[in-house]
Design a binder for this molecule. Structure first.
Ligand SMILES: Nc1ncnc2c1ncn2[C@@H]1O[C@H](COP(=O)(O)OP(=O)(O)OP(=O)(O)O)[C@@H](O)[C@H]1O
Ligand SMILES: [Mg+2]
Length: 426
């Protein structure tokens, strides 16, 4: 089943394209993979891969070419052995053109539909910097996609947290819309009250309700544990956040410079209920930059398959691969108990443990192996979680998203939600 994995960062220049390109190449060893360059302003993927592009998104938008006819495979020169024959990319238009830099609603919807019908196991989207509809519409509604940030750029870490906030609020606005899925379960007045409170939580300059957890507590106090409150709690607790650290330069630096500030920001301004998962890191290396400049992505250079290991080390490695990827489960009976039971410091310690476990198993590797490791962790996550807890099966237009949320009638268990088809309803 096709899985779409968008790569976003909020801020520019943190390594989205470098990661998306090499990650897609690594994934293609495990199944047919298409990388789509959605940074339609700067067409960065074609600057990273030295391939002759005969058709790109210009041909898709302007010339009516089907998207599958706009795929570019690797030239023999870059992949003489055909190791990456399952990889292809869709290049963005060659030169900046306003029409494609700011995609119209119509263009966006056409492109989403075409991406949804690409014949591939994995579709990786290289998104542009920023937080506009050209980014948000290509991100899932029940998880963050893959966020990239680095220990060296505090603002980028904050921007990644802002993406989570924007996605979550977009979904909550739809769930709690007056004509949304809760219209029959809650009175119009209740929904209006929730939306007015959501405005205040979203407003970073209004610190009377700093985050969704405080907001939930207020709701519990006001209405009790009614279905509306439970639905909100489930929506927040089932949202998965996934990230990759670029320019990794040590466990402590990454923890202090990126992971801890990221988790703390989410806890403070969004919610401490989110489960946050580190998919891996890419070390800072001149080799990576050189490979980009030469337009021969680093994983193309001397790709090595993981060597078969003895059973004990395989098992240990498998455990490290899985570390920190299981969503948190809650045994709490009520929303209030759950909120009170969250241990924020423990969540941070767990992140540190994950970094250490990954480090024990990957420290000796070369930078190009970082991508294979992340690909394996991503596949493990796709295989073990319900669909749409990570990645998405298909991109949804805002209207389709609304309909999906409206259609769901099954209650979901906190920490075990399939966000796409089962909208959390009382
Ligand atoms: N791990 C790394 N080690 C060394 N250099 C890197 C690494 N990752 C990225 N770079 C370099 O950092 C610069 C920015 O990377 P990249 O273009 O991938 O970022 P981006 O987030 O896609 O940027 P934009 O927002 O402009 O699309 C490039 O010059 C790239 O070669
Ligand atoms: Mg880029």
């Amino acid at each position: 089943m096709r899985r779409i994995l968008p790569v976003a960062s909020g801020k520019g220049g943190v390594g989205k394209t470098t990661f998306a390109t090499n990650f897609a190449l690594a994934l293609s060893r495990l199944g047919p993979t298409v990388l789509v360059d959605l940074d339609t302003g700067t067409s960065s993927v074609r600057n990273t891969i030295e391939a002759e592009v005969t058709r790109d998104l210009y041909h898709f938008f302007r010339r009516g070419e089907p998207l599958e006819r706009c795929l570019t495979p690797l030239p023999k020169r870059l992949d003489p052995q055909g190791v990456f024959r399952n990889f292809a990319f869709v290049a963005a238009p060659r030169h900046a053109m306003e029409e494609f830099t700011l995609l119209s609603d119509e263009h966006r919807v056409r492109l989403m539909r075409a991406i949804n019908s690409l014949a591939a196991d994995f579709v990786v989207l290289d998104l542009r910097a920023g937080l506009d509809v050209n980014v948000l519409d290509f991100l899932p509604h029940s998880n963050s996609g893959i966020l990239v940030f680095t220990p060296h750029h505090q603002a980028a870490t904050m921007a990644a947290a802002d993406i989570v906030k924007a996605l979550l609020f977009r979904k909550l606005r739809l769930v709690f819309a007056a004509d949304g899925p809760l219209a029959t379960a809650a009175s119009r007045k209740q929904l209006e009250a929730v939306n007015a409170l959501l405005d205040r939580v979203e407003d970073a300059y209004d610190d009377s309700i700093p985050n969704l957890d405080a907001f939930l507590m207020d709701l519990v106090e006001a209405f009790g544990e009614v279905p509306l409150v439970t639905a909100l709690a489930e929506n927040v607790a089932s949202f998965g956040v996934y990230f990759v650290l670029n320019l990794f330069d040590g466990v402590r630096e990454s923890f202090e410079g990126a992971v801890a500030p990221f988790v703390r920001t989410l806890q403070a301004y969004v919610s401490a209920q989110l489960s946050v998962h580190n998919l891996g890191w890419i070390v800072a290396s001149p080799e990576v930059h050189k490979a980009n400049c030469e337009r021969r992505p680093i994983v193309l250079q001397q790709w090595r398959e993981a060597k078969p290991k003895d059973p004990v080390s395989s098992e240990l490695e498998e455990l490290a691969l899985q570390a920190g990827l299981t969503p948190r489960q809650s045994a709490a009976k009520s929303v209030k108990d759950y909120l009170v039971s969250i241990d924020r410091d423990q969540a941070l310690l767990e992140q540190l443990e994950v970094l250490k476990a990954m480090h024990r198993h990957t420290a000796t590797r070369q930078v190009r192996d970082n991508f294979a490791y992340i690909a394996r962790r991503a596949i493990h996550t796709l295989d073990t979680l319900p669909p749409d807890r990570f990645g998405q099966r298909r991109l949804l237009t805002p209207l389709e998203l609304f309909q999906v949320l409206l259609r769901g009638t099954q209650p979901v268990t906190r920490g075990d939600a399939d966000g796409a088809d089962a909208a959390p309803l009382p």
